[in-house]
Design a binder for this molecule. Sequence first.
Ligand SMILES: *[C@@H]1O[C@H](CO)[C@@H](O)[C@H](O)[C@H]1NC(C)=O
Ligand SMILES: *[C@@H]1O[C@H](CO)[C@@H](O)[C@H](O)[C@H]1NC(C)=O
Ligand SMILES: *[C@@H]1O[C@H](CO)[C@@H](O)[C@H](O)[C@H]1NC(C)=O
Ligand SMILES: *[C@@H]1O[C@H](CO)[C@@H](O)[C@H](O)[C@H]1NC(C)=O
Ligand SMILES: *[C@@H]1O[C@H](CO)[C@@H](O)[C@H](O)[C@H]1NC(C)=O
Ligand SMILES: [Zn+2]
Length: 529
Amino acid sequence: MHAVTLRDLMWIWMLFLCCASCYCGPDPRKREALIRLEASRRTGGNITLNERENLLDRKLQKLKQHDMEARQFPPSMHFFKAKHLIDQSPVFSLLQKMPKGAALHVHDFAMVGVDWLVRNVSYRENCYVCFTDEQTVRFIFSSGQPASRPHCSSWSLLRSLRGKIKNSTDLDNRYSLKHCSEPETIGEGCLSQMFISIHSFIRNLTLFTEDPDRAYPSQDTVWKRFKQAFLVAYGLVTYAPVFKDYLYEGLRQFYEDNIMYVEIRALLPVTYELDGRKNNKDWSMRACQDVVRRFTASYPDFLGARVIFTVHRSINAAEAVKTVEEAMTLHRNFPDIMAGFDFVGQEDLGRPLWYFKDALSLPEDRGVNLPYFFHAGETDSQGTDVDQNLMDALLFNTTRIGHGFALARHPVVKEMSRKMDVPLEVCPISNQVLKLVSDLRDHPAAVLMAEGHPVVISSDDPALFGATALSHDFYEAFMGFGGMSFNLGTLKELVINSLRYSSLPSQTKKKAIEVLLGKWDKFVSESLL
Ligand SMILES: *[C@@H]1O[C@H](CO)[C@@H](O)[C@H](O)[C@H]1NC(C)=O
Ligand SMILES: *[C@@H]1O[C@H](CO)[C@@H](O)[C@H](O)[C@H]1NC(C)=O
Ligand SMILES: *[C@@H]1O[C@H](CO)[C@@H](O)[C@H](O)[C@H]1NC(C)=O
Ligand SMILES: *[C@@H]1O[C@H](CO)[C@@H](O)[C@H](O)[C@H]1NC(C)=O
Ligand SMILES: *[C@@H]1O[C@H](CO)[C@@H](O)[C@H](O)[C@H]1NC(C)=O
Ligand SMILES: [Zn+2]
């Protein structure tokens, strides 16, 4: 150890003098500028709010503060457990009232709250039910006794099954398993009641459960339930009259959630009539066209809906060629309502986009325009063939990317998507329920939105998750991805994005955004009262 020299003492003295006379830490003005720079990068960061919007923003920040400081923060919890908390949040009720523009990523048979399927559709005449070996149900409408199905009990007419129960209204309203397992009520009556209660049908049609972590230990188990729920609904929604009513009711529920336009990923399955006759895809397209026309006639401030024709990604290359040809024909015959083409199904188990390259090149080879809207990157299997879907989607000039959950791990593809202005359709609740992320604060879109990557918020399959058309997903995105940093400007950019990135023709789009901004101003004024 060397002795302290005079020279050392002089240095210490000089340092003391400097810090006593001036603040010598980082420059606060520079710090302010950095904070502003960072804020300007995030989604909505360049939107200038007017005076009234600023007032509402201050109110909104206070409401958010309240949710942030609560003992339980909903975006950190599984949606099935968080829903009742979100429903009570004043931020949520504001988001419900907010005009949200368009929902650009929803699937045809996951739009209508399942309550309606049970309380309305299953009560219609000629509805039969059978009970499968796997403790689930199938439905079919038929004018006579339908032919029985493997692995399912014989078909029973639901109406006469219900008639056997003394008071089925009472059963519907008050049914609970606990009620049924009380010793004095166990018996024939109770068992059949259990099987056909509204409660059990509703549970068969959704993924909802009180203990999701136990019920769905892996992605494969939750996807399996997902497919099962889809099959339960299938017999109901492919009955031709219900197909139309379902779409109408779907549009109504989206309209009620302050949405003015929807793009629906639709399988366009074969629909059937009471006598067993089958209808083809042209019938389904005409049905959609007809329903949308009827709906917009009754709700003139609703802009409409367009269809993105989808097919399951388990098909083989030859089937894909036929399907893409079919899509080109539909696009030519129904240009006003048919937006384009996509694949659906669990990405990890399905075939990668590159496998379909011949089919997907057909439109370009033939000089035909067929826009693509690919699901891609709905995976965490990094480095697999499926993980290349994001890049391939862009190579095939996709209009938007469904989910893009894996994008943050692909810097080059991320840059491409930004340069090409191809947005992600981010569906927070879907990603959480299907087990890509558990705490929504950890969702990669939080990072992407912090750097202003183009995104829209959507809901994928709200009916299966028990969510509203779009408001619950907006809550999760706004609070979970943004915490205190997102503001009213973020919301404004998101709702404008929903129309900007829609498939609407540019003139219609421009007008739609004007209408939306009118609704927005009204929303701001009314929320200040
Ligand atoms: C069921 O829905 C149809 C079509 O939306 C409607 O006309 C009918 O009144 C509803 N029935 C019941 C019982 O709610
Ligand atoms: C059936 O139950 C409902 C609801 O509990 C009740 O209002 C109604 O009076 C009952 N009907 C009969 C016939 O008992
Ligand atoms: C589905 O319905 C069947 C028959 O009603 C019932 O036994 C089963 O518990 C239901 N499944 C779920 C997950 O609720
Ligand atoms: C994608 O778009 C680019 C630029 O417009 C074009 O050169 C290319 O051929 C397109 N690729 C496909 C597969 O359509
Ligand atoms: C806002 O503008 C700045 C400067 O033009 C740009 O660097 C930034 O990316 C923009 N932010 C967004 C969210 O677009
Ligand atoms: Zn989807």
